[in-house]
Design a protein. Sequence first.
Length: 224
Amino acid sequence: MDQMVLGSHVYPYTTPTHSQCIIVNQTDGAPSGDGSKPVKRRRKRRSKGSSATNEDDVATIGAMLRKRKLTDEQMNMLEYSFENEHKLESGRKEKIARELGLDPRQVAVWFQNRRARWKNKKLEEEYAKLKSQHDTVLLGQCHLESQLLKLTEQLSEAQNEIRKLSERLVQETSANSSSSSLSVEANYAPIEFEFAPDTNYNIPFYMMDSNYLQNMEYWDGLYV
DNA sequence: TTGTGTTTTACGACCTCC
DNA sequence: GGAGGTCGTAAAACACAA
């Protein structure tokens, strides 16, 4: 492990293999001039492959930082600290930086990035949870729709059956009407379904006797 | 080895709070 | 106004398939 001394700090870093990241003075370049909102200006960085050879780079060595991967130990300590508290007040930052031999700015940046990762993770978890709930609701909807279809078919069959029986009864009673003073309507007044959700289902229910209901296998589903 | 996708470190711009 | 936050992004570091 190499070390790099900047100011009063000693930074650990792994020797870069082929490139460096050099931060050029952030305020360089032309000012915005007109006093309007300052133009966003990205710092310049050394691209891969170029080398730090001239005096300018040497002169700005104080502002030159290699991108240092934190050691496992530093990472563990930071993670432990993050678990305790996601926010980082000044005193704590200084303390952690001292203990880990890092620049306080590095600690602050690490916490910023860690919070961002934590937030992304929470968002992903929330998304997965909502998606799961959505899928469950969709499944339930499918199930209910298939049930509705099945029940609609059963109702239609039952209505047909009732109509046939009703017609037969009318025929039989009209054939016997000469010998009877009672009308069909008087004995079998139409009964309406109180629970019928739709007026189309308010069919005359002439055959409302126990034998008929017992033999109506069509209604099994409804009475379950 | 190299191309490519992902993660990590670092920073600028902007915002909020005291 | 300064300190510390988020957000978006650059670029190094890393992982891994081809």
